[in-house]
Design a protein around this ligand. Structure first.
Ligand SMILES: C[S@@+](CC[C@H](N)C(=O)[O-])C[C@H]1O[C@@H](n2cnc3c(N)ncnc32)[C@H](O)[C@@H]1O
Length: 352
């Protein structure tokens, strides 16, 4: 089990303290508090609606709240005397929850990584891609399952989850690899999404070692900073899927790498040299109407990716069967007579 990281949480809190001194943020929060304060005098059914939506929200995100929703809403209304008290209350309640969700995710993915290592999933990816020499960029590294088998030590590995990066660092160091981790993040206030997690910008890194760098896959800003106007010789983006992060700060669900399915590889390609190979492995449940894993559609998939990414040549595409990731054995799914398996499209592209 991964230990909680008090330092990162403290940095999040510190950045919220800074936000509380920002007049623009406070003016926005004051408007929100006006809306909330109307709740005090709101009819019972409006209050009930709010309670219901909070419970639904918590359940949907798998959040176990320490206080019951009624108390939570009551406290929130009381806290909302000014923008500052509201923001402080929200930060006090939500930041530890968000931290916990990221910790839980890292623990969950750590187990799944072990299963994939045992099943040879990452080995299969390496055989498919061929050996990486030169500088490699890995986007959405997770616990580093793919990196373990990478032959080069010249790596920029990025992820938004500081716990994943920390665990990946630990595992790779235990294998004698030279690793440096830059995983600090802070909180910003976004009018649309509320509090959002932002990676602390990094400067140029030592490209002869494995660098674990916090980054948002949507912007790839820290990947770019770490490359420092160099370009990568190869890149990987493995086992992604929609909605892998539960979140309450309203950030990650909008920026899942898988949201960029069709055109995302072009963004990664911009950070790579001409001729560089990009390995992409998209998790998917690929079954036919009978529930049998479809192995025949991979070529169409490659064509779709090629159409959406004009600067890439798709060299090969296959489907690999991953099995049910949550169990050690393949499981019989909704239809008792049919074996089902989770699969992934594995695709190798070359930058033009
Ligand atoms: C399903 S895991 C795959 C991990 C790894 N590539 C592997 O093959 O084992 C997806 C990873 O993407 C990361 N992720 C999700 N949204 C992200 C974002 N916006 N920016 C960077 N990483 C993100 C998650 O934290 C998670 O570690």
């Amino acid at each position: 089990m991964i230990d909680p990281d008090k330092v990162n949480l403290a940095m999040w809190r510190e950045s919220v303290e800074e936000l509380l001194r920002d007049p623009e943020v406070n003016a926005f929060a004051d408007n929100v508090t006006k809306a909330i304060s109307q709740l005090r005098t709101a009819p019972a059914e409006v209050k009930q609606e709010l309670l219901d939506s909070f419970s639904h929200f918590a359940a949907q995100h798998g959040i176990k709240v320490d206080i019951d929703p009624e108390t939570f809403v009551k406290e929130m209304v009381e806290a909302a005397n000014t923008g500052e008290t509201l923001l402080r209350f929200t930060a006090d309640s939500f930041l530890p929850m968000q931290d916990k969700l990221m910790l839980d995710y890292a623990n969950y993915w750590s187990e799944i990584t072990d299963r994939h290592i045992k099943r040879g999933t990452y080995q299969r990816m390496h055989e498919f891609m061929g050996p990486a020499d030169g500088l490699h960029l890995d986007v959405g590294t997770g616990i580093g399952g793919f990196l373990e088998g990478l032959k080069t030590d010249s790596v920029i590995a990025t992820d938004i989850n500081h716990y994943c990066l920390r665990e990946a660092e630990k595992r790779l160091q235990a294998k004698g690899r030279k690793v440096r981790r830059l995983s600090a993040s802070y909180i910003e206030f976004d009018k649309k999404h509320g509090f959002v997690i932002r990676p602390r910008p990094v400067k140029a890194v030592d490209q002869s070692i494995i660098n674990m760098v916090i980054d948002d896959a949507r912007t790839l800003e820290n990947a770019r900073n770490s490359l420092n106007s160099c370009k990568a010789d190869s890149a990987s983006f493995t086992l992604v899927r929609d909605g892998c992060h539960k979140n309450i700060l309203g950030f990650l669900s909008h920026y899942e790498p898988a949201d960029f399915k069709d055109t995302y590889l072009s963004q990664v390609a911009e950070l790579c040299k001409p001729g560089a190979r990009i390995l992409a492995v998209y998790r998917s449940v690929a079954r036919d109407a009978q529930g049998i894993t479809i192995l025949g559609v991979s070529r169409n998939y490659g064509e779709a990716i090629a159409r959406a990414n004009k600067k890439l040549d798709i060299e090969k595409v296959e489907i690999i069967v991953l099995g049910n990731e949550d169990t050690d054995v393949y499981k019989v799914s909704n239809r008792d007579d049919v074996k089902s398996a989770e699969a992934a499209y594995i695709l190798l592209a070359r930058v033009r």
